[in-house]
Design a protein around this ligand. Structure first.
Ligand SMILES: [Zn+2]
Ligand SMILES: [Zn+2]
Length: 364
């Protein structure tokens, strides 16, 4: 976080030990440990964590692979958290013990900047990320969801619809909101033709949302063997992106394309597919800058933009939408003891489509 966060003083507060899995260094595997959690304060909610999704970001942060972010060790990752409330502070009004609850990528923000006041906490210059951010309560850094419990300020705790499968609901807190938010912003609705580039953790959620919004969903993939699965998830068409003839059939026809690919690729071939005022939004983060031909933006007045998770109110809206439409991520549930193996598989994109850790395994 920025240096500004040092303006907060560390509070003197009681704490307790929580069980967790942490990495001690970029090359160390995740291993069991005990971490401090603060005793819940007046506006805090204490949650017993039931499931935590494994996001690609977890792997990058644990291995210290992002030049823009320095990882502080020990690192306890995890920002796709679903659980049950065990204790609330006296000032908490939205939750009581026994309620289902969820926590995503953020656990705090300053609450008074323009972004916070307009519901965009994810862009607050003083936000606190769920892990690897300075912890203003206990000092040190925040620890994420690969743990048996977490204590979070009420404003950053989400309600979980009771009909949802909890293992599949966990990834909604990052993969879900990351795709839902730009699709809402760019008005993906019935009769719109939309594209999803890349069918991974993010892409498979985008297909489900696009289908639920009533749009005509086209999945772009390099792997012909993903075709059937894309159709099962709700796609109306699947285009093999290496096939130029197939791509050319869709020139100037899309309202919106969500690009969820983090590997190097040519976005010009997708910009060409947008019709007038069409938009391509990036949610993947390739390391190398893109080369964009200006003519692919000037013609048809196309736009290229990006998006990053969503604010707290919109994350709740997304969860409620998922409850009404019974949408969850497709997950492979694993015990925490298999987390290192899961990381190796995730780095080879060998998962359909998200790992979700059953946190009850932490006690075994
Ligand atoms: Zn994430
Ligand atoms: Zn703010």
């Amino acid at each position: 976080m920025s240096a500004k966060t040092t303006q907060f003083s560390t509070e003197l507060r009681g704490q307790y030990n929580a069980m967790a899995y942490a990495a001690d260094g970029a090359k160390s595997p995740l291993a069991p440990t005990l971490i401090p959690r603060r005793d819940p304060g007046e506006n805090d909610v204490q949650i017993e964590i039931l499931f935590c999704g494994i996001c690609h970001t977890d792997l990058h942060i644990v291995r210290n692979e992002w030049s823009a972010v320095r990882t502080v060790y020990p690192c306890v990752p995890g920002h796709e958290i679903v659980g049950r409330v065990t204790k609330v502070g006296s000032g908490v009004t939205k939750f009581k013990p026994g309620d289902l609850a969820a926590v995503g990528c953020l656990v705090d923000s300053d609450g008074n900047c323009h972004e916070c006041q307009t519901g965009f906490e994810q862009f607050c210059p003083h936000m606190t990320l769920t892990y690897n951010s300075p912890d203003v309560h206990l000092g040190g850094i925040t620890y994420g969801g690969y743990s048996d419990s977490i204590v979070v300020k009420e404003h950053f705790v989400l309600r979980v619809p009771s009909n949802l499968n909890l293992a599949g609901a966990a990834p909604l807190l990052c993969a879900g909101i990351t795709t839902y938010s730009p699709m809402r912003h760019w008005d993906v609705t019935q009769s719109k033709k939309i594209g999803v580039v890349g069918l991974g953790g993010l892409g498979h959620m985008a297909v489900k949302f696009g289908h639920a919004f009533g749009a005509h969903v086209v999945v772009f993939t390099t792997s012909p063997n993903k075709k059937e699965d894309a159709l099962r998830l709700g796609a109306d068409e699947v285009v093999i992106s290496r096939n130029t003839d197939e791509m050319n059939k869709h020139v100037n026809s899309f309202d919106f394309i969500l690009d969820a690919v983090s590997a190097e690729h040519d976005i010009n071939s997708y910009l060409r597919l947008l019709h007038q005022d069409g938009n391509l939004t990036l949610v993947g983060k390739p390391e190398k800058p893109f080369a964009v031909a200006a003519v692919n933006l000037t013609f048809n007045r196309r736009s290229l933009s990006g998006s990053n998770i969503g604010g707290i109110a919109e994350t709740q809206e997304m969860l409620d939408f998922c409850g009404k439409n019974n949408i969850t991520a497709d997950v492979e549930v694993i015990p925490i003891q298999r987390v290192n193996e899961a990381y190796d598989r995730l780095s080879k994109a060998d998962v359909k489509y998200r790992f979700s850790i059953d946190m009850a395994s932490l006690k075994s």
